[in-house]
Design a protein around this ligand. Structure first.
Ligand code: UD1
Length: 429
């Protein structure tokens, strides 16, 4: 199994181009099932998760062609004919979001059998809201031996759906199913994450009728068929936020490009409060920090968008380990999402965790040590901490990192980081 070795202490100076968003790409890929016309996704990140979902789509008969385009990597999806509507456990368990193929398969063919998901080990993460939404749209759903079998022989029907709380996945799933339903669907307390806006706009470009995009009420008027389109995946705000925090933690000056500062406003506000200089630019931000000046501790509470993203909580906690004072971090979205805390403590951080709250008391310095990645965002938090720690940090189980960060070592090395990948055979890559 690969690991990553970092010799900490180097400043970061340079430019990092931000890739297309993983969390948008995988939903857009699922949308390709809805049409027999080609869907071309540009600005596609090449990640373990997108590769994996590509394999699952091929199982359904979707042609998937990866290629280099004028604007970077792109992938053409063509679901001319759906030849299978079965998603086996072995494939779905590897990536929770692949469960979201259920709605589009059902909407296109009237039937699907999809395994219940696995995914990151951050809390229970049930799919009850997804199934309630599909049921409201007229699907008949049976749960048996870990599988969901859904059918709607006469098609789905529009409905009023009020989610009991905000769920990104359930909102997207309902949207993907409702675009081909008969009649009007209203989704209340819908999630407003930018990736949902991206999906909704792409669906509109394919011929869907959706009102209220970027608000918490989405109104969808079903159409009988969707067409193809070419769509550029929105920049990855979590990748951008992670590198912004990395630059702040290591010190130096890094320009993040091919993105939008508006996507990480809540993070920028907290970073500025802590004493980091963050300058918005036309296509990203410049993050500047003099490492001789100590950062101040600030408190953070994770919230649904546009609040502080749960996917940036681990990274921000890493930053706070070196700040002056005590920082209180509340995790509101997921239970059990502080698994990075004990690993940061191995590097010398002082953190105490009680239920959904972590208290971080800043220390003068972190010291390199072997640590273990537990989930995707936790792994990048350990990379960030390793960049600032004295000596060598090695991070095991980096397959988590490969799920969501494209060419991470290359992007950080280009800014002066001493970071290497060590293969399972013990050799450097
Ligand atoms: C998505 C993102 C993930 C991010 C999260 C919150 C993708 C692929 N993943 O995950 O990176 O951290 O949004 O911004 O886009 N819940 C239920 N029942 C359900 C659905 C969710 O109880 O049917 C709970 C979850 O356990 C969690 C909360 O609702 O506690 C929010 O989850 P949700 O917004 O659905 O997150 P995901 O779509 O899984």
């Amino acid at each position: 199994m690969d690991s990553i070795a970092i010799q900490g202490g180097n400043r970061l100076n340079g430019t990092i181009p931000i890739s297309g968003a993983k969390n948008s790409a995988i939903k857009l890929m699922a949308a390709s099932i809805l049409t027999d016309q080609p869907l071309l996704l540009t600005n596609m990140p090449r990640l373990a998760d997108t590769k994996f979902l590509g394999q699952l789509l091929r199982q359904f008969g979707v042609e998937v062609t990866e290629r280099d385009g004028a604007d970077g990597q792109e992938t053409l999806f063509h679901a001319r004919e759906i030849t299978s509507t079965f998603a086996p456990y072995d494939l779905v368990r590897q990536m929770r979001a692949s469960f979201n193929v259920l709605g589009p398969l059902l909407a296109r063919t009237g039937h699907a059998k999809v395994s219940l998901p696995g995914g990151c080990t951050i809390g229970a993460r049930p799919v009850d809201l997804h199934l309630q939404a599909l049921t409201a749209l007229g699907a008949e759903i049976e749960l048996d031996e870990g599988y969901v079998t859904a059918s709607a022989p006469n098609g789905l029907t529009g409905a009023e759906i009020e989610f009991p709380f905000v769920s990104v996945g359930a909102t997207e799933h309902a949207l993907l199913a409702a675009v081909l339903a008969t009649g009007t669907t209203v989704l209340r307390r819908a999630a407003r994450e930018p990736e949902i806006g991206d999906l909704a706009r792409c669906l509109v470009a394919m011929g869907a009728k959706i009102e209220g995009i970027d608000t918490d009420v989405l109104t969808i008027t079903g159409v009988t068929a969707l067409g193809g389109t070419t769509w550029s995946v929105i920049p990855d705000r979590i990748e951008m936020g992670s590198y912004a925090v990395a630059a702040a933690m290591a010190g130096g000056e890094v320009r993040l490009t091919r993105s939008r500062p508006g996507l990480i406003e809540a993070l920028i506000a907290r970073m500025v409060e802590a004493g980091v200089e963050v300058i918005p630019t036309e296509d990203g931000v410049i993050v500047r920090r003099d490492p001789a000046v100590r950062l101040k501790a600030v408190n953070v509470t994770t919230e649904v968008y546009p609040g502080f993203a749960t996917d940036l909580q681990a990274q921000f906690m890493a930053l706070m380990t070196l700040a002056e004072g005590e920082s209180i971090i509340h995790e509101n979205i997921f239970e059990n999402r502080f698994m990075h805390a004990p690993e940061l403590m191995r590097l010398g951080a002082e953190i105490s965790v009680h239920a959904g709250e972590a208290r971080v008391t800043g220390v003068e310095a972190l010291h390199g040590a072997p640590v273990m990645a537990t989930d995707l965002r936790a792994s990048v938090c350990l990379v960030i901490a390793g960049l600032a720690a004295r000596g060598e940090t090695t991070i095991g189980r980096v397959y988590h990192l490969d799920r969501g960060f494209e060419r991470l070592e290359e992007k950080l090395s280009a800014c002066g980081a001493d970071i290497r990948r060590i293969g399972g055979d013990g050799h450097e890559h």
